[in-house]
Write a protein that binds this ligand. Structure first.
Ligand SMILES: [Zn+2]
Ligand SMILES: [Zn+2]
Ligand SMILES: [Zn+2]
Length: 297
C-alpha cells in the first residue's frame, strides 16, 4: 500500500529554505555547503487530479471487484493534473471530469491549460474553463500542438465561429512544438514527442519531473531528456498489452531503462486491478498514482 501524503506535506507549507534551516539547527550541514541558488530554488508541485483511463474507475455498469471496491484509491477520474509553483498553476488536459476536479481541489485560478493530445478523455471538459473567464476576467491560454488546435476548433466550433453569444468560453491558442521549450509564468516546460498508437502526442518535462500519459512508445529524440529523472509519471493502463498504451510489464521495462528515482503510474483502467493489491507487486521505487496525490521536486 502506498503512503498517502498528509496535508502538511502539501506545497508551500514547507519551503527548501525551511528545510535547510532545520538542518542547520541540527548542525549536520554548514551554510557553506549550499550555493545561494539552492536556497532560492522554488519548490514545484504536481497534483494528480485524475489517474483513470477514458472510462474512469469505476466504469459505468461494471460489477468487477475493482469497480465495486470501497477503497477511495480505486476511484479514478479521467487523467489530468496541475503543475504549480507559488505563482503559477498550469492544468494538463481538460477531460470530462475537469469541472469536478477543479471543485475537488478548490482551484480558484489557473494560468493556462497545456494539452497532451486531442482524445476526448483529455479535452471534453474545455467548456468548463468559463468560470475562470468570468471570475478572473481573462482569456484562457491553451498551449497546443497544431493537431490539437485543429481538433479543438472543429469540436468546439460554436466557440470559434460565434462571437455574438456572451456565455462562450474565451480562449487563446498558443502553439507548442516538440522539443521546443516554453515558459508559462515562472515554470519552464519541455514538450516531448511520444507515440500513442498511431497518434503523435506530447509529454511534458519540468526540471527533473516528466509527465508521460497516453503513450506506448517514447520516441528516440525524447529519451535523452528522460534519463535519471527525479520523478516520472508514466502511462500503465492494464495488465495485458494494448495498442496505444503501455501495459504494466512494458511500463516497468521502460522504467528500468530510464532509471528515474521514483515513478508514479497513471491512466489506470479497472483491468489493472485494485490499488492496494497491485501496489504490493511493484518494485520499491514504483507506485500507482491516485487522485489527489501530490508530488514535489
Ligand atoms: Zn487518455
Ligand atoms: Zn470494472
Ligand atoms: Zn489518448
Amino acid at each position: 500500500m502506498n503512503k498517502r501524503p498528509t496535508e502538511s506535506e502539501s506545497l508551500f507549507k514547507k519551503s527548501p529554505t525551511q528545510t535547510i534551516e532545520n538542518s542547520l539547527e541540527r548542525g549536520d550541514i554548514s551554510i557553506f555547503d549550499f550555493p545561494i541558488i539552492l536556497i532560492l530554488k522554488e519548490v514545484l508541485e504536481f497534483l494528480f487530479t485524475g489517474t483513470g483511463t477514458s472510462t474512469g474507475v469505476p466504469m459505468v455498469g461494471c460489477s468487477c471487484e475493482v469497480c465495486q471496491s470501497t477503497d477511495p484509491l480505486d476511484k479514478r477520474l479521467r487523467s489530468s493534473g496541475i503543475i504549480r509553483s507559488e505563482k503559477t498553476s498550469i492544468v494538463i488536459d481538460t477531460g470530462p471530469d475537469f469541472r469536478q476536479q477543479m471543485l475537488n481541489h478548490r482551484i480558484t485560478d489557473i494560468d493556462a491549460v497545456v494539452y497532451t493530445h486531442q482524445h476526448k478523455d483529455h479535452t471534453a471538459g474545455l467548456d468548463d474553463v468559463r468560470p475562470f473567464n468570468y471570475l478572473r476576467d481573462k482569456v484562457m491560454p491553451l498551449y497546443t500542438s497544431e493537431a490539437v488546435e485543429t481538433h479543438l476548433r472543429k469540436e468546439y466550433y460554436y466557440i470559434f465561429e460565434r462571437t455574438d453569444y456572451p456565455g462562450l468560453p474565451r480562449l487563446h491558442f498558443k502553439r507548442i512544438e516538440p522539443l521546443t521549450p516554453f515558459q508559462i509564468g515562472d515554470i519552464d516546460l519541455l514538450p516531448l514527442p511520444l507515440m500513442h498508437g498511431p497518434l503523435p502526442v506530447l509529454g511534458f518535462k519540468v526540471d527533473s519531473f516528466a509527465y508521460l500519459t497516453d503513450t506506448n512508445q517514447l520516441l528516440p529524440e525524447s529519451i535523452p531528456h528522460l534519463q535519471n529523472l527525479e520523478l516520472l509519471v508514466l502511462d500503465a493502463l492494464r495488465i495485458t498489452p494494448h495498442y496505444s498504451h503501455f501495459h504494466l510489464a512494458k511500463a516497468l521495462e521502460v522504467i528500468e531503462e530510464l532509471k528515474p528515482q521514483r515513478t508514479y503510474l497513471t491512466h489506470i483502467s479497472h483491468l489493472l486491478g485494485k490499488h492496494a493489491e497491485v501496489s504490493l507487486t511493484l518494485p520499491e521505487n514504483v507506485f500507482l498514482a491516485y487522485d489527489g496525490l501530490r508530488l514535489q521536486w
